[in-house]
Design a protein. Structure first.
Length: 127
């Protein structure tokens, strides 16, 4: 009786491990499908190949699958766009600051001229 129980446990454990390995090897492919990766099929095939290599390449498949996002792409080429946008904003803000400073300088000059004129008028009236 114990022989049959041991055999049943051995078969159950073997089937569980077998299907567990198959499910685990498909995780990078599932990630690639979820992210709409352009190399989904290649990642899936490489996952099957990784079964033959005892999952040696599996961590690299995981990294490969997670590098891509549909809206962002690979994530490397948008840095130049961000830098160009920031440079453009800095230039716009510099021009805006220069115009504000020019207006402030003009307002200060007008205020000093009008105060000198009022001082001149007040001194003429005092004589």
């Amino acid at each position: 009786m114990l022989d049959y129980l041991a055999l049943g446990i051995l078969i159950f454990a073997s089937v569980t491990v077998f299907y567990g390995i198959i499910i685990i090897h498909d995780i990078p492919y599932d990630i690639a499908v979820h992210r709409d990766h352009p190399h989904q099929d290649a990642i899936h095939v490489a996952g099957w190949v990784s079964l033959l290599t005892l999952h040696v390449i599996w961590p690299f498949l995981w990294i490969w699958a997670t590098l891509y996002r549909k809206g962002r792409g690979w994530g490397f080429d948008h840095q130049a766009d961000k830098e160009a946008l920031l440079t453009q904003k800095i230039e716009q803000l510099s021009l805006r600051l220069a115009s504000i400073e020019a207006l402030q300088t003009a307002a200060d000059n007008d205020a000093s001229v009008s105060s000198k004129e009022s001082d001149g008028n007040a001194s003429e009236g005092a004589h």
